[in-house]
Ligand binder design. Sequence first.
Ligand code: 5AD
Length: 485
Amino acid sequence: MVQNKKMPLEEFLEIRKEILNQWKTGDHPGLDLNVAVEKLKSLPKEKNFAYVLRQAKAEGITLVQPRAGVARISEHIELLQFLQDEGKADFLPSTIDSYTRHNRYSNAEDGINESEKQGRSLLNGFPAVNHGVDGCSRVLDSIKVPLQARHGTPDARLLSEIIHASGWTSNEGGGISYNIPYAKKISLEDTIKYWQYCDRLVGYYGEHGIELNREPYGPLTGTLVPPCISNTIAIVESILAAEQGVKNITVGYGQGGNMIQDIAALRALEEQTNHYLKIFGYEDIFVTTVFHQWMGGFPSDESEAMALIGYASTVAALGKATKMITKTTHESFGIPTKEANAKGLRTSRYITKILKDQVIAESVELTDEIEQIKKEVDSLMHAIVKVGKGDIAQGIVNAIKNGVVDVPFAPSELNAGKILPARDIDGKIRILEFGNLGLTEEIKAFHNQKLEERAIKQNRKAEIQMVIDDIYAVSNGNLVGVKGE
Ligand code: 5AD
């Protein structure tokens, strides 16, 4: 049974021996924890994710980070240098390929060899485990900014070992957020344990004077996710991470589309993450937020795509997110070229810079929305604690199993998949079908009323067709779905 309990050092070190045996790069001398601690200690602070986030938070600015990853080290370095120099990225990523995400390292090896032969990347990301500590260290040595692994890996234990030992100071993911939206039937208890290990590793480094950043994956399925659901999962993963000793956490949220709701969601997320961490007994955790530019279907027209990127940047800046993950005009086609990637970054950075001293006026609409989201998150958190009989890890496992927490459009068979979201007439994401979601009757009545208002204004029924229209709306240039468009 999984529990929210710090993994004892001996147990961690015992599991660690097995993990390092999973692939041949696991026997690298750099994976000796004493060596890794020294390496991380010797990094300049400008290359430490946790440090740069603290600086940005103090200045109240929004920093930009792309996604990027290719198979070969030399090409990956060229790509990252381009995004740093031409794209002016504040943080760099290495997006990990799908084979590595599924622990299929020998397939990744074939992919690297074939990519070398053909002189181009045949993998959809950077296979960090195969490149090992030597390769990953070379990547870090070639750039000037902090580096993070971004992936979608249910069991990222070996990957996490290798990246941190290579000086990469942040890791994205979590036991829930890298399972339910990414896997079909991997046990949630298992992925929570795997991620407790990844967090325990960060805790170990923390005990040795090194602050590493962790980022639960906020957007989940990226499509019409009600803020209360993604915020609740981010809070739960923050608590699980804090228990293992993580001190620097960036909680994420994916753009929903309505500016007021998005700003409200970001504020509620930061305030409630801090609040719940304290309530659960974790006092000294440094929390920042990351805003993801639109994660749903993108317009194929490049001007429209760039406009959406600009809109997202506006919301991130006004929402005072500390970091923003950028998109590109190639989003609807596939993996972007480095030029398109840099353009998305520069557009984004220009807007966040120009808006950095501007503050959105407080309004009744904004404060009401913040209160609404907080009320919903409180209701879900309460329900999770209840079904976990006081344990948050057991609670989230049970809550997902019985639909008390339900992620819309998730591929996982473990997820109830009974809820249906839809937009209200302002474009705010509400809930049409609740399934077994742990919300109070008062909250449900509010959502019903909001969707009924839209139904009347659009002269249609609040039903599944509304959901379908909303899914396609943004790629067609609308926010609220229109029948037949
Ligand atoms: N390089 C750049 N972007 C990537 N994405 C996935 N893999 C890569 C990669 N190797 C992006 C997709 C989508 C998001 C989920 O990640 O384009 O925007």
